[in-house]
Design a protein around this ligand. Sequence first.
Ligand code: PEP
Ligand code: MG
Length: 814
Amino acid sequence: MIRLSPAEIRLKASVPNKTAAIRQAGQLLVDSGHIQVGYVDSMLAREEAANTYLGNGIAIPHGLPKDRDMILATGISVTQIPDGVTWNKGETVYLVVGIAAKSDEHLQILTNLTQVLDDEAAVQKLVQTDDPQVIIRRLTQAAGSGEAATAEDFDQVVNLVVEGGTGLHARPATVFAEIAKGFEAEIQVRYGDQAGNGKSLMSLLKLGVPSGGEIQVMAKGADAEAALQALQTAVEEGLEEEEEAETPQLEVPELVLDSPAIAGVAASPGIAIAPLHPYTRSQITYADTAADSAAEASRLNQAIATAQADLKDLYQTVKARSGKGKAAIFQAHQEFLADPELIQDATARLQPNHSAPWAWQQAIAERAASLEQLADPVLSGRAADVRDVGQRVLRLLAGAEAAAAKLPDHPVILIADDLTPSDTAGFDPERIAGFCTAKGGGTSHTAIIARSLNIPAVVGAGESVLDLAAGGNAVLDGDGGRLFPQPSPSDVETAQQARGQRQAQQDVEQQTRFQPALSRDGQRIEVVANIGNPAEAAQAIHAGGEGVGLLRTEFLFLNRDRPPSEAEQYDALVQMTRALNGLPLIVRTLDIGGDKAVPYLEMAAEENPFLGIRGVRLCLERTDLFETQLRAILRAAQTGYIRLMFPMIATLEDLRAAKTVLESVRASLDAPPIEVGMMVEVPSAVLMAAEFAQEVDFFSVGTNDLTQYLLAMDRGHPTLAKQADALHPAILRAVYQTVQAATAAGKWVGVCGGLAGEPQGAVILAGLGVKELSVSIPSIPTIKAKIRGLKYKQMQRLAQKALKCRTAEEVRAL
Ligand code: PEP
Ligand code: MG
């Protein structure tokens, strides 16, 4: 039972408008220790979203469900405004009952309020009284029992449980009554020994049904059965309860410290606690002149070739660790270095007697400066990349002593003017606890790489950070984008606790990784792995994977000089079926072409390889390769649970041709049939999904390619790749269309593109009806935990909202 004391009541208040009234109601709750100050803004935001006018001069402002953690203790406040305040047009409020409810303890108050509502004289008494006890008695007394209708009086009865955090309070009751009003039948709702008119909001509120409360819905009349069916569905779906409307929150609690902070841009999440350390690259020195320009030219070529090789390694390392998208910048750097004009220009500058580093530096500086002048921020941003590549070659030319900056051997928070992607990719997370730069933006490659390395980072914090002295521990808040250079001991302690909580969260994800991804209301989503080699099958299981949703078979064909034999492929597959021990393994047939070149296949050069002979198109041209692979797969399928899928299917003809080859190989082996699916990654496959669904067992959506083809943005493009966001509503609508077509044909849809491994993406995809999420191995525990933390209904609502968004940014902001 909720308590109300005189301190929580303000008599004879006078306020100019509704906002002031809500602020006053909130302030009473703050002063009486029920809420943090921030909850008052939440009350105002809630009012924007939905009117809290209850009727008969009473309003019940309260905050947004997502801000419930700002409630310190459940409580209410009462502001009496004898002169009234305009709430909305035609609505004047005299009694403002501010509510801060952690769960449903306030229902008694609501019940009492609604009883008052029916009684004009009682409201007047509360509005005019000088005695707070009058208000206290009226609002906190226990509800009396009344004469109630019983089931015997009705034709149809159904017992239902009201789920949701706050029971049958205003919003769900409104939804209930609205539905009930759509029917002719008389509808009564019974809770305990009370009953109320199911078509009256007030009546329903009076019942005070708490979360988990069992109600009996009774109806009589011609459409009684239909009415009960509609109400049952609505109650089971949560009556649009506020909690369901709430967006799943991905953010962590804000780190609140007392010491002064320097604000920047949050670039990579996490909390770092370590001494500051200025990041100063040793000055690269070189002679400007040299006698032998031929020798200088060869030195320059040698340095460029070494830099190219280093970049290739860096690309592979970052790609293996964090995926192609994040590594793409180093491919772009290779492109810059391969620019013949740049090399020609630098070589020309060697004459008559200049050194290679001098000539190179001149050529780079000129290019960077001309890029910087461009109005387009994306293009001008590439100047930093040109300088980064330039420095790489310059260091090689200047020799070992010009190597990267020296770093202490204990963890530090680096302070730098700016960092290049190359600098960041070389950081060891054991030693670089975090970094803060004066310049830079949150979407830079440096930020992306920091995130992939799990290094907390703040960028764009301004020049003042460069004056900070190294010393005791500083705290860097990568979520809030702040650096606390001189935190007090108690702030350090708070930060340590917050860091510990984060770690604990990750630990919980790890510990629960073998539990199924079952939503809070019981919907199962399969979380499986994307793998690229045999050893990863066991790793996937160890990480909690429930199978493999995508085996990229290309791995066996890359970095060698001839195609693997059938036996080699068979052996690799069997190694995987053994590791999976009966769990499904979706083997995707060869997807070569596009950005995956295989020199020994001697494929003709193409202007647009992503639109060329790629994936299944290559297999249909090179049936020798295709048949060998299919034989290995069909034979291996007899050692475990293998499903097969074809990549890059654009037309029914492609699919049918691929299935014909499969069938002939199967017949020649006399092997049993296996499930056959296809990747949905070409826009035509989405548009024709209904037809394709008749001819496959399942779909797996490749959001990586689908995004590049739908948005016409090369997925590896150094600048466009950032905008090629798979959370764009266009991609989500395509996924939804695919799901609808598949469902109509009784088929299921998985997603194996990168979006499935992003927590927000995974939740939306599940809400769109995707049954299987195939993600990179390290993401498995997080994605499973994310699904387990939410109701399926919440995911569905979020997904529907996302479908209505107009930009990827709007989706991310949900
Ligand atoms: C995709 O396109 O989303 C996909 C999973 O395939 P890949 O990344 O191998 O092209
Ligand atoms: Mg693909």
